[in-house]
Design a binder for this molecule. Sequence first.
Ligand SMILES: [Zn+2]
Length: 570
Amino acid sequence: MCDILLRMLRQTLQTCALVCLAASSPIQGQSAVSPQTVPAAPTRADILRGEYGPYRANNDLLSYDLRVRVDPDKKFIRGTNTIKFRMLKDDARIQLDLFANLAIDRIAFRGADLKYEREINTVYVDFPETLRKNHEYAIDFHYSGNPTETGRFGGITFKKDAGGHTWINTACQHVGASVWWPNKDQYPDEVENMRLSVAIPSDLVDVSNGKFVRKVDLGDGYTRWDWQIHYPINNYSVSLNIGDYVHFADTADGKTLDFYALSEDLDKAKRQFVQAKSMMEAFQKYFGEYPFKKDGYKLIEVPYSGMEHQSAVTYGNRFANGYLERDWTGVGISPRFDFIIVHESAHEWFGNAVTAADVSDEWIHEAWATYAEGVYVEHMWGKADGLKYLNGYVSKVRNRDPIVAPRGVNKVPPQDMYFKGALFINTLRSIVDNDKRWWAILRDYYRDFRYRNIMTEDVVRFFNRKIGKDLTPAFNQYLRRPELPALELRFDAADATVSYRWKAAEPGFDMPIKVGRRTAWLTIRPTATWQTMKLEMAKEDFDVATDLYFVTVTGKPARASSRTRPGARP
Ligand SMILES: [Zn+2]
């Protein structure tokens, strides 16, 4: 990332922290039915992890060269990360991260040991001289210890497979990659490329990110596996998968697909992983070329459900369709495909290539990957099924907190960033109301932002420009406020009219919406002011296209709701 971008981003982060905190303040809460939770004050640890402070902003990462040696029996890791960076201003201190339970053996710079200061999981590194703006530097960060298993997927886990073989995996999104290796553990700044060397007992296989370069027998019972990552990569994507892996391969749409399964699961993997072919075809067709061509696409069996590790997507969905054998959106479509193969691979386009610059804006990953599931369904089984699949997510939406979380404080957004976010993107498609144009916009969105770290403001600017309409209030209503916009209807039987207006917390909220008969929708353009139109049908037959536009409707006679509402699902 260039320094101008970093500077702009830092300004954005500071400004937006205020705007966003204000938007999520309960004083601004508009709805009595969906009370907002008061955000907990960030801890010192959250600020240290989340804030893009002066000792992070004063440098731009260039590369990591991480060499680790893993002892499965002792659950012990020892390694060195050579961190290359360019100074963006004169300074003598930088901020890195390594979990406090891991030892710093030494931090070396030009052959001498550097001083450092640790605070919780932060490591401030001090240089004996001022580092100069625009100059490049490299330090060797040596560390060791027994990493802690923590977080949803374990961070780093030391397990055994059913056959008793060692099985070690990392999955540390939100926990932080510094749970197992030292790095600049934040979102906005990514290295341009990375080398990863993993020394393990010679009877095991390591599958990591990037292109496999070589393996070297170290002569002491250990073998080193070398991987080269040719693209920017976020820290949590960097992964180890060490086990009794076997490899097989296939091709799809001009891309090689490399699959790694435990030897005991090879047959099941061969049956299930074939779905990666239609995934690759669908996403290359609708979004654009697979982003990490030089690194290749890998799908790797792991003991947790799955994770979007860049060019090394991990899979633990029990070799069954749906999500952990459930009909995930509850409308009979999820059992047709493997949720993890489709969702986690979609992150290669949205999450890994197009990346949020703060965890607060992670809908840029999750809403888009969830929407991409609908795109996959549409590619495979048609538009009606895609729409039905996405609307199955309605029952999972909570409307309790804004999708964009407070910034700079390591705050993970609420679950609505997935499901409500995807339904909002579907709403945007209905606003565009022209499929050819919509798919062209999505391809441009991916092309313009790939390999970049962006914020919600960048997305809003892009869509405003492409759609040719200021949709900022709509983005704000869906992303920065908890409650859905409501279409208010008022029927007048005597006049045979219906009046309509938007009721939304966001000032200036307006968007078109389709109403009337399902077989021949009429597009109306409500605003906050009442407008009236002739009612050409019985009021009970007047419908609103709530499967195309994710809104609530008030004042409509009870009979018909156009949305298929599935039963509540876990
Ligand atoms: Zn995801």
